[in-house]
Design a protein around this ligand. Sequence first.
Ligand code: FAD
Length: 392
Amino acid sequence: MNLDLDPTDRAFRDQMRTFFAEHTPPEFKARIRTGMRLEPAEYTAWQKLLHSRGWGAPSWPKEHGGAGFTPTQHYIFESEASRADAPMQYHQGLELIGPIVFTFGSEAQKAKYLPAIVAGDDWWCQGYSEPGAGSDLAAVSTRAVRDGDRYVISGQKAWTSYAHVANRMFLLARTDPQARKQAGISLFLIDMDTPGITIRPVITMDEVHHTNEVFLDDVRVPLTALLGEEGKGWGYGKVLLDRERGVTAAFTLRLAQQLRGARQAAAQALTPGGTMLDDPRVADRLAQFELEAMALETMVMRTMAEAASGQDSGPRASMIKIRWSELLQQVTEFWTELLGYDAAPFGAVGNQPLAGEGPWPAKGMLYARVTSIYGGANEIQRNIIARRALGL
Ligand SMILES: Cc1cc2nc3c(=O)[nH]c(=O)nc-3n(C[C@H](O)[C@H](O)[C@H](O)COP(=O)(O)OP(=O)(O)OC[C@H]3O[C@@H](n4cnc5c(N)ncnc54)[C@H](O)[C@@H]3O)c2cc1C
């Protein structure tokens, strides 16, 4: 989207545009464009490159090692990255736990964890969901019992993304089983090599190993693993919800990539009358998606402006989450339909994996199913809208 920028921000935009054009590895682009994820080592290399420029944490304040961007600069940074098909930074350390640590953590925790997140030296995973606690997260039953100078943690976490890669986990555990649901929950920062942690892979339908089951059997961690106060873990999560608003905004800017990919695929697919783009049904669908993506981006900018001026955006973050996830699913489905067999990384005969980088929109399409489930399922977002916007 074209912004009316002042000269300082225009110079910043030009700097970012040049950086992303020159430094985005070409081998990432096809995967990024279809909405697929990179390999963990690739994310780490990208994080280290940004860190070397002082942009390791674009959304953090300078005092904690962040880039200290203004909201406009942050928006420009993300949209220029999207424009160049550059990867997003992996978010669980940067956007989920890092800000909780700098807001509520002890000085020792800040010194230990924040620099390693920004530098790409630590990989964090999020141990919130459990088999009986997803949407109803307050039902977590993993227990942390104090025993001398240790907490002993036992339970099971579900769907833990990249637990097999991470060296640290932030997890919710119940420290007071007598307290009301939310009140007895605490937040812990633990090392993944602590004895008693077992990780079992869960392969998702895009045939990638993103997620895991994590079993915690009498995992003994020091008292310093507790973040903030015992029993206050639920409240710290509220900061996380505010941060997730920013993460969704960044995701939304990425829709332009899938739209460009789908348009290019249609323009290259030959038909007896020209290309698929000459078919008014195809051109109409693409134009409709593009208009909706622009409308969504306008809403994101409004939400960012409100956040910068300390205003409450009401349930708008929920509205953005729903619309973004639906659009992403629809666009990647449409792109897959356009390409047919060629959308998947398998030959039509023998189902052998094909060489090369794609684009494979079928993979992105399958992965996109998760966007209406994680970060608060869309039904839960609709409940929030019903409560906060409609007063139901
Ligand atoms: C690929 C993937 C990666 C994930 N990564 C992580 C991670 O790294 N860390 C982590 O902690 N979690 C992670 N999750 C878990 C995710 O947050 C949960 O799947 C999500 O919160 C939904 O919980 P659930 O799966 O238990 O479904 P449930 O909560 O059982 O919901 C099942 C269905 O019922 C609906 N529903 C539930 N309650 C209501 C209600 N009150 N009103 C209306 N409808 C309702 C839901 O919307 C959903 O459609 C991941 C999930 C996936 C699929």
